[in-house]
Design a protein around this ligand. Sequence first.
Ligand SMILES: Nc1ncnc2c1ncn2[C@@H]1O[C@H](COP(=O)(O)OP(=O)(O)OP(=O)(O)O)[C@@H](O)[C@H]1O
Length: 659
Amino acid sequence: MLEINDHFRVIERAVLSGSEKTNWRTESWARCLQDYKLDPSRANLVELTQQEIREQTDAFDNDIALAAGELESTLGMIEGGGYSAHLANRNGVIIAERKSRDSAFYLSSDRVGMVWTEEVGGTNGIGTSLKQLTPTAVYLTDHFFADLTGGACAAAPFFGPDGTVLGIVNLSTRNPGLPQLAHRVVFGVAQITAERLETSYFTNHFRRFYTLVISLEQKSPAIIAVDSDFKIVGATRHARAAFRLDDAIGTRSLWGVFEKIRGNPTIEYLCENLRELRPLGSGQLLGVSLKRPLTLGALANPKIAPGAKSAPAKPARKITTLAECAGEDPQMKRNLSILKKVFGSGLHVLLLGETGVGKDTLTRALHYESERATGPFVAFNCSAVPESLIDSELFGYSGGAFTGANKEGNLGRIVEADKGTLFLDEIGDMPLQLQTRLLRFLETQEVMPLGSGKVRTVDVQVVAATHQNLHEKVAAGSFRQDLFYRLAGTIITIPSLRERSDLDYIIRTLLDQLAEDEPVRLSEAARKALLGHSWPGNIRELRNVLTRAAKLADGGVINVDDLMLVQVKTKAGPLPALHEIRPKVPETPQANPQPQPIPAMPGRAKVVASQAERSAIIAAIEASGGGALACAAALGVSRATLYRKLKQYDLSLTLRSRH
Ligand SMILES: Nc1ncnc2c1ncn2[C@@H]1O[C@H](COP(=O)(O)OP(=O)(O)OP(=O)(O)O)[C@@H](O)[C@H]1O
């Protein structure tokens, strides 16, 4: 961190004397100084009251709240930098977060309820991103306030189908040894997450419609939602731009955009068989797939797919099979033989296990390989939905049941899951007052949506899951004992990856699944390294490591370096897992952070940081095709720095011969 006066002088010089070329940073600093009249020596951050937070969250669309689950997998991709992930609404208020495992790197000023508009927080990821409506990486002294210059944040906006901004994804850390190059990689991850959120939002929003997914070169796929008469009802940003759809929504048919298929096949036939479409007036065939509505069992729109009720609600992507879930592990095989007997028999199931062991995956496999496969699979994550929304989302409401309620009402996830399976993830986070309501439903299989006054009987197989210790929660009074026993009709514990005896099998399964996009194989040394790792993040971590390695691999072979594993052997034995490192960094006071001295970087964190930096450079060389100028620009460094780093990591711009 800079001395306050030095920081002030840099800002003043850049803004007032125009010493720095105009760029996003000087423009933001100028707004802070001249428009908002902020004093860079001191941040006066604002935190909302619980009531205000509820209002901000209530006003936020339900679909987005559900998408907060995406933040979890984002953290999995960037493990090691001590980042936390946040979702801010369009008012710049943080409304959801997933914390870094490493509390020493946690910025407590980035917690739920903090307001991060540029007018309040000066130049910062969330606020500046909202102001510019573009992704923004704010690294240390880019911040306007001197007392925020110990942190780094990477933020990206995401937009709704109508093009308005819905919110911001933000990844932040106060890891003192974080290299800027590593932060740029994380910046890329923030943008990918924003795109994924946009897609999740879109698919959830249009979950009652058919969706056409179109592959576009070098871009995320474009998605168009249509009704059963092929009328276009929505399109993602990419789709609008690629096919000029702005005036087509609600007015045009898909066949006004793409060449019509001969013989007028039904939409159901196309779901099974459509692989390519040609945009009108273009010679180029594009790869496509047409997906069925996600909630076939609960279609509110009577126009959709008459007769489709008997069609199996197929999952969008290839799902892991039950056999793959069991693998070659004796405990998992025992688990499976029990589950196959009880699933669908009227007994509820409770899955226990660490995060990432495959509870969700196993439940989906059970559903799709059971007699319920023709019914809907509905997943509901109790921790990703704000407390105030759980009731209406789960149990539903009738139109106009409360202020702000959707006019048409909401069936609720329980009713949507009728004749199918309801997966209640993170059940340990279910608020106490709703536990009573859930218990009543589990006992009677009846629900009464808010404001409807009508009881509805449903046939739902419930699978609840948690990584928490429910016994402890029962003892502490935060989880109802009677609910625990009702859910625990069958309790199954999924072993962690380090307890399983079939790691090799799981690696093979994952590589097979990856091969659809990226056919790769493992070098012998890489296989040994994977088998020797402790996998605190379980199968999710393994999947992330292999996915990233497949992208870095040269010539289709994953080498040890590509894995970027952080378990490094030293003379004193293996280093502790990254989340066990606790550098003595004083916590930043929440509302009024003070500058802190940067502590020496612990040895292990250095290893991680340089691995991340090396990978960032390799990725940039590949992306820029080996051109020094383009590569330096992609990394945001000068050419001199690039050459110094290449030497340091023994790399060259003709990468292939050297790493
Ligand atoms: N047997 C398996 N074979 C291959 N991949 C698997 C398997 N089990 C899980 N996965 C993958 O591991 C990742 C994590 O799985 P999943 O989300 O099911 O874990 P979870 O226990 O539900 O995690 P959480 O408690 O955090 O919700 C997913 O990407 C999933 O596809």
